[in-house]
Ligand binder design. Structure first.
Ligand SMILES: Cc1ncc(COP(=O)(O)O)c(C=O)c1O
Length: 327
């Protein structure tokens, strides 16, 4: 079904699914597997590669000569958008939002911000207190008056096109898991498109796995409503029936004080994954999501016989901005 939609190859697919023997032993069950979407390729990899493979054809089709997107200062989406623009020869403008109070010099300049510079993206800081969407529209207005033809990608690449990437991811999971052994799929959920694509994909490919989002910012009900809306937009776009509300689960117990603010659980999860499996999570998304998985396993939320697939959505490029938190 997804094969009918325009797609540009930007990454390496399918990504591997690996068994985490050491973590499984550490937890004493359930069995933990990982889908390595940190290995998608495109400038250190991550979930946005899948989304951009379906979004960029639309940008090219619109004859845009400037791609504009928005995100947090250390946005992985911004970095991967800048990288795909570099490959496709289109200018990229990123409007960055200061969501973290008392940001360090490293947060403002290293990690993804540094990489954006290497990819020749123009970066504009949204003034504190301004609505980032409105500010981005104003900047686009200025660019249009200068003769540019901008194409806007929403935060996180979360729209009906980006979500095709995660419907496709669900196909990969089902092709790997022919006997439908995975009981749960756990992932970080932020702008919501990754989870929405998986939930829509679950319907398309008749998966039995329960999808559990771990919110990295918003309260449970807000996050679930956002993901449900995105999922149903995707269902409309690909022409299938809407999903039911109870298919969308987003726990909010692992956010801590707020978006991108390190938690003890995140630090423990990052160190656990590094020391036991030599896999790098990230401090903002997958670290908090894996902290959630570990806590749920230790609280007995899963049966010991369950098989859990954790989606590693990338993000380790942001580490230089967060080293201080681990010292
Ligand atoms: C590394 C990483 N994981 C997960 C997410 C969340 O994905 P989504 O925004 O589609 O919910 C993001 C979003 O930026 C991310 O950068």
């Amino acid at each position: 079904m997804i094969d009918n939609f325009p797609r540009i190859k930007l990454g390496h697919f399918p990504t591997p699914i690996e068994y985490l023997a050491n973590i499984t032993e550490y937890l004493g069950g359930p069995e933990i597997f990982i889908k390595r979407d940190d290995c998608t390729g495109l400038a250190t990899g991550g979930n946005k590669t899948r989304k951009l493979e379906f979004i960029m054809p639309d940008a090219l089709n619109s004859k845009a000569d400037l791609v504009v997107t928005v995100g947090a200062i250390q946005s992985n989406h911004a970095r991967q958008t800048a990288a795909s623009c570099a490959i496709l020869g289109i200018k990229c403008l990123i409007v960055l939002e200061q969501r973290v109070a008392d940001a360090t010099e490293a947060y403002m300049n290293s990690g993804n911000v540094f990489l954006n510079q290497l990819f020749d993206a123009e970066m504009v800081l949204c003034p504190i207190g301004r609505d980032i969407q409105e500010y981005a529209s104003e900047i686009m207005g200025i660019k249009i008056s200068e003769g540019k033809k901008p194409y806007f990608i929403p935060v996180g690449g979360s729209n009906h096109l980006g979500e095709l990437g995660y419907i496709e991811c669900m196909r990969e999971i089902e092709e790997h898991d022919k006997d439908s052994l995975f009981t749960h799929i756990v992932l970080a959920t932020g702008s919501g498109g990754t989870q929405a694509g998986l939930v829509a994909g679950k319907k398309v490919y008749s998966s039995n796995a329960q999808i559990i989002g771990i919110s990295i910012k918003d309260k449970r009900n807000d996050q679930e409503e956002k993901v449900l809306k995105l999922t149903n937009n995707s269902c409309d776009y690909i022409g299938i029936e809407h999903t039911s509300r109870d298919e969308v689960i987003a726990f909010d117990d692992y956010v801590g004080e707020g978006y991108a603010i390190p938690t003890e659980g995140m630090k423990h999860a990052v160190k656990l994954m590094a020391s036991k499996e030599a896999i790098l999570l990230d401090p903002v998304y997958t670290g908090k999501a894996f902290a959630g998985l570990v806590d749920l396993a230790q609280k007995g939320h899963f049966k010991k016989t369950d098989k859990i697939l954790f989606i590693h959505t990338g993000g380790s490029a942001a580490f230089p901005a967060f080293e201080w938190a681990f010292k």
